[in-house]
Design a protein around this ligand. Structure first.
Ligand code: PLP
Length: 344
């Protein structure tokens, strides 16, 4: 096993997740120079500017800066779902897999899931499961949560036609759509679909800055002005009221200017990695590559000993994620090490 030093060693290629990036010098400079104020008083100009910018990008009235994507998702869902009602989503959705049962534990929201083909949105399959309001037998469905790109679907981009189908169906039914857009930037870059189009197909949406955009922390929730006013109360209630966090919002502003335009490089690197590893590039839509039918624990440990870090997602499956801190040379080195270990 590698020691702690290896995590900061420059030759380590860390492909476990796109969350492992470190703020760049330019980002640190932007953070250091940020104008700040007390954001609980609504007086941090850098946070307010970020909220306005992100709301506008997604075509929503308002936005709220939150510490994590989990908080963005959970508040977003609570805005459109009352305790005792349910949110419907796919069985591998982040909101039910990796958020510690928050919807139930904190908000009294029930969740029901539909099995999908590696996270692929199937509007009909979800719509078929919706339960109406006003029936004294049934838990009513208040919202449907959609994830784009899909994390456990290995960076899959949701088809615009399915998103539209779900949205158009939902209007007039009283069922809201929440978008978990932690990696919506990757979807936008891969598909060319404008962020405002994705925004127009959701009542509430949470987007992350700490994944492909490379900030240390931060997510933004977008919705109507009325809903965001309520979200502000929920954020404070959950302990997410932050003070001079313009330093963090400045990192997000910097990421939109400097890192969003380069996100396509991560996708190119993922395709290159797939090619070098003999993985079908057609399975690589954004910044994730999957190695199937491998002895995941053995491979991960052996790769780590050579300075290549990967994620085991199951005993037979390894996930590789490209990001800002891995350059082309790192991709080549990782492929060389993995191919050798796999005897390919
Ligand atoms: C990372 C991620 C989130 C948010 O995670 P936090 O660690 O709470 O910021 C939400 N949804 C998806 C799909 C993610 O990958």
């Amino acid at each position: 096993m590698a020691d702690a030093d290896s995590f900061t060693h420059p030759t380590v290629v860390d492909l476990r997740s796109d969350t492992v990036t470190r703020p760049t010098d330019g980002m640190r400079k932007a953070m250091a120079e940020a104008e700040v104020g007390d954001d609980v008083y609504g007086e941090d100009p850098t946070v307010s500017a970020l909220e306005e910018r992100v709301a506008a990008m997604f075509g929503h009235e308002a936005a709220l800066f939150v510490p994590s994507g989990t908080m963005g998702n959970q508040i977003g869902m609570r805005l459109v779902c009352e305790p005792g009602q349910e949110v419907l989503c796919d069985a591998d959705a982040h909101v039910v897999t990796y958020e510690m049962g928050a919807a139930a534990a904190i908000f009294g929201i029930s969740t029901r899931t539909v099995v999908s083909d590696r996270g692929l949105l199937d509007a009909e399959a979800l719509i078929a499961q919706v339960r109406p309001k006003g029936d004294w037998h049934l838990t009513s469905t208040a919202a449907i949560a959609v994830e784009n790109t899909h994390n456990r679907g290995f960076g899959r981009v949701q088809p615009l036609g399915e998103l539209r189908r779900l949205w158009e169906w939902s209007r007039g039914t009283g069922v809201a759509v929440h978008l978990d857009g932690a990696r919506i930037w990757n979807a936008h870059v891969a598909s060319g679909v404008p962020l405002s189009t994705y925004g127009s197909l959701a009542d509430t949406a949470s987007v992350c800055f700490s994944k492909g955009l490379g900030t240390p922390v931060g997510s933004v929730l977008v919705a109507s002005a009325e809903r965001i006013a309520t979200a502000r109360l929920w954020r404070k209630r959950l302990g997410g009221g932050m003070r001079q966090v313009g330093v963090l919002a400045a990192a997000c502003q910097y990421a939109l200017d400097a890192h969003l335009p380069r996100l396509g490089e991560d996708h190119e690197h993922a395709r290159l990695l797939a090619e070098l590893l003999g993985v079908d590039p057609a399975t690589v839509e954004t910044n994730m590559v999957v190695l199937d039918d491998v002895a995941a624990p053995l491979l991960a440990e052996a790769a780590r000993a050579e300075g290549v870090l990967v994620s085991q997602v199951s005993p037979r499956r390894v996930r590789l994620v490209t990001h800002l801190d891995v350059e082309r040379a790192g991709i080549q080195r990782a492929a060389e090490v993995l191919n050798r270990l796999l005897d390919r």
